[in-house]
Design a protein around this ligand. Sequence first.
Ligand code: DGL
Length: 280
Amino acid sequence: MPSNAPIGVFDSGLGGLSVLQAVRARLPHESLLYVADSRYAPYGERPDAFIEQRSLAIGRWVRARGAKAFVVACNTATAHGVAALRADDSWPVVGVEPGIKPAAAASRSGVIGVLATAATLRSARFSDLLARHTAQGQRFLCQPGHGLVERIEAGDVDSPEVMALLDKYIAPMLAQGADTLVLGCTHYPFLIPVIERHFGTALTLVDTGAAIARQLQRRLEADDLALPANTGVVGNVELFTTANTHALQTMADRLLVDAPQVQPIEIALAAPHVAMPVAP
Ligand code: DGL
């Protein structure tokens, strides 16, 4: 039964707004409910079990607010949490993964850089993905983007510090012949302008926001949950964060027409016995 209920979209922070923007462009008639778990970002520097527990806790919170489907707009939370989320409830859960397949198809040199979080790169899901899509003679240069998510969470997408980090991570890829770069974290599309300015057209950048929006549409249709399109109805957007509202508000105001006021929330861990380690 098509439903007016919102679609939940979740990220460790404001990176998932890059996915929300793509979903909004494709499905403007659907209502969206976004949760940024910025209090615990970056997930990429956290233990696997912690990421899984936060993903479950947020999925349950979003479900309790009446959402009909859930987009895990975070590569790191997908890598470590999507299986538990799917086992926990029977609603449609759409995850994201680094664009290894499109990058393998796009690369001419056969050398492909992958920038993602340390937690994504060490996951079994990522190893499987690489194993499935690496063609003979291709090489993937996998680089953890330490420090980038912290900068972006602080609203910084083009300072000299960000540039220095990008230079440290990307210049060695270029030196080894990379012609394609997978942006394997949903925060990184906000760096596209600075990457293009600095590295020019040397790299084809692969971002999966639009592909996720297509996948979500297919899933809603398959489950008979999609609202009819082209009725002139514009869906509602709600934004929530577990940390200070300022950074999410600033980014949302930049990206969305009529961004709503960000609302602060608290979401306890799903399983209280799991310790909450402090990020290094
Ligand atoms: N935006 C997230 C991702 O796609 C996670 C970043 C983080 O919190 O480390 O991986």
